[in-house]
Write a protein that binds this ligand. Sequence first.
Ligand code: B12
Length: 292
Amino acid sequence: MSSSSHGHRINIDAATVKNWIKAAGIDLVGIADAQNLILSHPPRPATALMPSARSVIVMAVAHSLGAAYSPDIMLWTRSKMQTSRLLDETAEKIGRLLEQEGFLSLPISADKPVEIFKYDPATGKKFRQTRTAAFLSLKHAAVTCGLGEIGRNNLLLTPEFGPHQRLCAIVTEAPLEADSVRKLALCDNCGQCVEACPSGALKNDGYDVDPCFVYWSSGFNRLPPASLREWPGYIKMVREHLKRRDPMVEIGQTYITDVDQCIECMRACPIGENWQTIRPKLLRPQRSDGKP
Ligand code: B12
């Protein structure tokens, strides 16, 4: 028996919550004490998001390995988004269930949002490359509840799936029994991730977020020029990319499932038995940015 800050008294414990989550198709779940999270840099404690937070429930879903090893990263990206969808949907549902039980709960998505920093909050100086940080570092939350460790590749490694899982969390007032940090020693510094990194972000002694961010977002293996003499090389690299790439179409691809400019052929088609009675007789104009 436990009680929320609003005085409700109900039966809810870690095992029940974990069972709900596993039943939803989540592979791994752990619970961290919200007051004792291992913090990243810049520090983003769960209690800054919810001062009354008691627990952080961390969930992981294994990647589709077929997608991770598919011949085009676009296939992976799409699959990753579906992994996120499963996580986010579960976080929404469980968060709502916990709120029905009287515990304020905040789902933290597997994807967005992130805080965007053009300037270093510590010094006020402009970063050479804009940096981003989550409102809650999922990797650090996962380490806190013993799901895994952070490897040389700067990713969460679990005994079950190595680096191949996506993460998501719920910050909640529910006072659930916390799992503890585990000493796992999974990464033996074999160096294969360092060798594989195309941007130079992973080094034997650390990880540099700027080249990683630039390569991840644009495929460029150079940072924007810091001095005049770096411009010619930078322009040469961008021109090489433009010979084979089309930024407009790429941006379109990014949004293509969310933004349709035209569905006229679909609207016009009268086929479909079940629609016969409800389909409007008159095809009224549909607004779209495609039409001036
Ligand atoms: C923003 C972000 C990115 C950014 C920045 C990464 C970064 N390390 O900060 C970019 C786009 C580069 C990125 C890349 C990738 N990401 Co990412 N990313 C995130 C996100 C949304 C937030 C991470 C965060 O807060 N980082 C800040 C701290 C925790 O990072 P850190 O590496 O420990 O420390 C760096 C910062 O402190 C930075 N730094 C130093 N000083 C300052 C100052 C300021 C003001 C800031 C902002 C930063 C900063 O430098 C440190 C290291 O050099 C998380 C989801 C989440 N909510 O946690 C996913 C997440 C970490 N990403 C993930 C993945 C898989 C990737 C990629 C493989 C890309 C991909 N295709 O999916 C690569 C891997 C890069 C790597 N090896 O680390 C997964 C990792 C899963 C796992 N098994 O661990 C996560 C957890 C998403 C998820 N839902 O599962 N990511």
